[in-house]
Design a protein around this ligand. Structure first.
Ligand code: FES
Length: 383
């Protein structure tokens, strides 16, 4: 696993922890799969923050343990031997672990071993909410509530959430910054979203004083809010006095932008209001898989009251929001992140980049993340 160049971390001043968090911030909750992807009794493997995990659903509840035998370090998943519903036995010499606790409950080939009942494989708290499985990567005790690690509104009772996930070949921070980056609106000037909704999308916009708000309440989520209503929009791109590109603009729509604002929250989750259509909210996570890839968990939330509302939302999600928003619009974001990755891969990008005025919002996020995180995931944490 990747360490971070100390000379780069030392050079960035008040956002050092952010540069060090190449594999993410530990002691936070991360969504890793949708609940309907893990059936009763099913076992899956996945990687998050460099940790290789085994997840199993037992009597309805999800449990996660590290996918590495205590004896000689082999992956249990190489040949999963589950002789009872809540244990897994290592295929090599028979070390047997209980999913709920991680406890070494037996060594089938050495039933009298003094190790039995006295050792534990690392286990990770799991919680399901809004149809997603969240895993807490860390060792903090007590474990902070999930509500501190999701954007405001996500857990509201009347909000229904649907979504998808996919692997993106870039560091998680390039995902977070692409989403929150006010200036990246430029990449979306040709978005396919224009074909099914009318909206005003400047080619750029710079936050005016007061647009950016940092939220750091002790008991709530920590994040940075950027209010698009307080931005100065740029509609025409001009070279040598000639307009060469125009942002889509319609008289039918009030306001300057598609959304009223974006916000980014620890440990790396974006909230976009009134998007991809008015009345909807997009919540999306950039979950570190390792230092080079992240799981892009894209969800859309809508307030629903009745079963009919729920059915309408589900049907519109499949026919409109997913194809045009999560697949169409966000495809631009994905390739941008993957093309940005090589510049930052050896860490020098963090000092060689040349940010400009609207990028101050990104710097606010880097600073907030550096002071409000609960720990940096390092290669040592994977031992
Ligand atoms: Fe797992 Fe020996 S390596 S029991």
């Amino acid at each position: 696993p990747e360490g971070v160049r100390p000379e780069v971390a030392a050079a960035v001043g008040d956002w050092r922890a952010y540069v060090e968090a190449k594999m993410g911030f530990r002691n936070h909750w991360y969504p890793v799969r949708f609940s309907n992807e893990l059936a009763e009794g099913q076992l899956i493997t996945l990687q998050v923050l460099g940790e290789k995990l085994l997840l199993k659903r037992i009597d309805g509840k999800v449990y996660a343990i590290r996918d590495r035998c205590l004896h000689r370090g082999v992956p249990l998943s190489r040949k999963p031997d589950c002789y009872t519903k809540d244990t897994i036995t290592c295929w090599y010499h028979g070390y047997t672990y209980r999913f709920q606790t991680g406890e070494l409950v037996n060594i089938l080939a050495v039933p009298d071993s003094r190790l039995i009942g006295r050792r534990k494989i690392q286990s990770f708290p799991c919680q399901e909410a809004k149809g997603l499985i969240f895993v807490f990567i860390g060792d903090m005790d007590p474990v902070p509530p999930l509500s501190q690690d999701v954007p405001p509104g996500f857990l509201d009772d009347d909000v229904m959430i649907l979504g998808k996930h996919r692997v993106v070949n870039s560091n998680w921070r390039l995902g977070a910054e692409n989403g929150f980056d006010a200036l990246h609106i430029f990449i979306h000037k040709d978005t396919t979203l224009r074909h099914f909704r009318t909206f005003n999308f400047p080619i750029g916009h710079t936050p005016l004083p007061g647009a950016v708000q940092v939220v750091e309440d002790a008991d709530g989520p920590k994040g940075v809010i950027d209010d698009f209503a307080q931005h100065k929009p740029i509609w025409d791109g001009v070279i040598d006095g000639r307009v060469v590109v125009r942002g889509p603009r319609s008289q039918q729509v009030q306001g300057t932008s598609a959304s009223v604002g974006t916000s980014i929250w620890l440990p790396g989750v974006l909230k976009v209001e009134q998007f991809p259509l008015p009345g909807l909210t997009q919540f999306e996570w950039y979950v570190p898989i390792d230092g080079k890839t992240h799981l892009y968990v894209q969800t859309i939330g809508q307030q629903v009251q009745t079963d009919e509302d729920r059915q309408d939302f589900a049907s519109n999600f499949e026919s409109i929001y997913k194809p045009h928003g999560l697949d169409g619009f966000n495809a631009d974001d994905i390739w941008a992140r993957e093309v940005t990755e090589p510049f930052y891969a050896d860490d020098y990008g963090w000092v060689d980049e040349m940010l400009c005025e609207p990028d101050t919002t990104i710097l606010e996020w880097r600073r907030l993340a550096s002071r409000a995180n609960r720990g940096v995931q390092t290669p040592q944490d994977l031992r």
